[in-house]
Design a protein around this ligand. Structure first.
Ligand code: HEM
Length: 541
């Protein structure tokens, strides 16, 4: 013990903690003690061991802190992160779009938040463009983690939205090639959209009480039928669509629950903890089971399509076209087929539906813009036929209105997370390989200084001085579909749906707020920022 004591007083303890000083006092006291008693010796041993233990603990903690802040120093600067929790308590997970609004003004378009793993936020147009377009390959990964594999994918590394590497590249390439064969961006798909729009207008005509209308389900069915027909080759009737409604409701509950579950971060920070049954269930498997339940709709539909599949026939839906390509492509199999259909069905209806629902509310609130849009539609298209994509170039104000709706609706609260595939750089900031990236398109559309008075709905902002063309500098900054290699794979279809859906509604109906009922523009707290269900008034024009 004396040796320990000598060692302690020989140490430069100016750098030690109060704990170690306390230990010295104890050792000193006991070394002076002349009473020889076994009790005292045991007490001495116990207390000294405890002191040594605490000293070791304190040293380990200091070392852990040193390691943590050395790790923090490798990422772009951000708000101060606390050990273990990072910035978790400074973020509202259900309202992710508010995160950058809170922090971005203090940084230069690039900053890191810890949730608790580091996520680099890119919050200006130039940073997102540099990363996703100019260094596209460096930023084209998605997180590879048990949470992504179990909760956000039908099967590990499958489908398009969350897969990685060669499998992602090939699934995306094949899916886009099939959609192009079906006419995405061409007339064929326009016909499909127009059929859906006609049914939708018929449904509106059949509404008895036009003084109290909620357009949520008519819009959902119009959009849902387009992707359902593309993938599975059939459409729902408006009075017989229970399965689709159940899917949509389960999906909305699932994303709503996820937004209220910051505990899924455990799977990113300490996946080993998921092996503890209670922790694993609440932080992961509960959400996975809900996702699988939703996926059953897709599994059933793929099976139903395969019952009528004949390899030599012209494919009549995505499932048939994909299956026909399987023998010649090793990446195509049944699991990836279901996963890809799941991705396109999920991404392909909630987003467009939500945007059109916001359009209704913004136009109800902005009668001048609505009248101006209607005048243009009636002048270019008339009243007896529907708008076609060929009319688009002559309809500058309609284009500006769709852009302004997308900018204001700004439905993606937190963009899908990207992952760097190698060490890289944005705006001079070094970003290590395997870092999670949020290219915050929401912040760009809400706060880019190019948008003067950004909180005002104003399609005119996109027009040049004489109102004959769109301002490219502003159009480029409406990044609702994101940019680069991971940009929305359904952009072509979505643009047709938005343009034809919106113009058909305004061509045929005046959308009005109900007397004494203010329009509620506060989005529901989840990652896809949906409006609350609410009533408006329709007047046939
Ligand atoms: C207004 C409608 C839509 C909006 C605003 C939208 C927006 C987005 C955004 C922001 C992303 C993530 C981009 C990124 O990671 O940087 C995305 C990805 C994706 N979207 Fe859309 N989307 C819409 C409609 C659609 C439609 C109609 C489809 C399918 C027909 C679709 C299919 C996909 C797919 C498959 C991906 C994943 C792409 C990949 O990871 O390679 N989306 N979308």
């Amino acid at each position: 013990m004396y040796l320990v004591y000598r060692w302690l007083i020989a140490t430069d303890y100016s750098s030690l903690t109060i704990l170690s000083r306390g230990a010295l006092i104890y050792v000193h006291f006991f070394s002076k003690c002349t009473v020889s008693s076994s009790l005292l010796t045991i007490a001495f041993l116990l207390i000294s061991s405890a002191m040594l233990f605490l000293l070791g603990l304190a040293t380990s903690l200091l070392y852990a802190l040193y390691r943590y802040y050395s790790m923090v120093a490798r990422y772009p600067r951000g708000p101060f992160p606390w050990p273990l929790v990072g910035n978790m308590f400074q973020q509202d997970f259900a309202r992710q779009h508010l995160t950058s609004i809170k922090f971005a003004p203090s940084f230069d378009g690039v900053f890191t938040l810890y949730a608790p793993v580091p996520i680099v936020f890119l919050t200006d147009y130039e940073a997102i463009r540099e990363a996703f377009v100019e260094r596209g390959d460096d930023f084209a990964g998605r997180p590879e983690n048990i949470v992504m594999q179990e909760i956000f994918m039908y099967a590990p590394n499958s489908g398009v939205i969350n897969s990685n590497g060669e499998n992602w590249r090939e699934q995306r390439r094949v899916a886009l090639s099939i959609l192009r064969d079906f006419g995405m961006g061409k007339n064929l798909m326009e016909e499909q959209v127009l059929s859906s729009v006609r049914e939708y207008l018929e449904a509106l005509d059949n509404i008895k009480n036009k003084d109290k209308v909620d357009l949520h389900w008519p819009i959902q069915l119009m959009v849902g039928n387009i992707i359902n027909e593309t993938l599975f080759g059939y459409r729902y009737k408006y009075d017989d669509c229970e399965k689709l409604i159940n899917y949509v409701e389960d999906f909305q509950k699932w994303i709503g629950d996820l937004a209220k579950s910051p505990e899924i971060a455990v799977g990113f920070a300490a996946p080993a903890l998921l092996k503890i049954p209670f922790v694993g269930y609440h932080c992961l498997y509960k959400h996975r089971d809900n996702m699988r339940k939703i996926c059953q709709y897709i599994v059933d539909n793929v099976q139903r399509c395969m019952e009528g599949y004949k390899p030599d026939d012209e494919p009549s839906c995505f499932v048939h076209a994909y299956t026909q390509r399987m023998p010649n492509n090793a990446f195509l199999d049944d699991v990836n087929l279901i996963s890809t259909c799941n991705d396109f069905f999920m991404a392909g209806q909630e987003t467009t539906t939500t945007t059109l629902r916001w359009a209704v509310l913004y136009l109800a609130l902005n009668q001048d813009a609505q009248e101006k849009l209607r005048r243009e539609i009636h002048a270019v298209v008339g009243r007896d036929r529907l708008t076609r994509m060929a009319d688009k170039n002559k309809m500058i104000y309609a284009q500006a209105t769709v852009l302004e709706v997308q900018r204001m609706a700004n439905i993606v609260g937190g963009n899908l997370t990207h992952r760097t595939t190698r060490d890289t750089v944005v705006k001079g900031h070094h970003i290590p390989k395997d870092t999670f990236i949020n290219g915050d398109i929401h912040y760009v559309m809400a706060r880019d200084p190019h948008f003067v008075d950004p909180e005002r709905f104003n399609p005119d902002r996109f027009l040049n001085e004489d109102g004959t063309a769109l301002r490219k500098d502003l159009v480029d900054r409406v990044v609702a579909f994101s940019l680069g290699k991971r940009a929305c794979a359904g952009e072509g279809l979505a643009r047709v749906e938005l343009f034809l859906g919106l113009t058909a509604t305004v061509q045929n109906y005046r959308i009005l707020p109900r007397d004494g009922e203010p329009i509620d523009l506060e989005p529901l707290p989840m990652n896809i920022l949906q409006p609350r269900d609410q009533y408006i008034k329709l007047e046939k024009v």
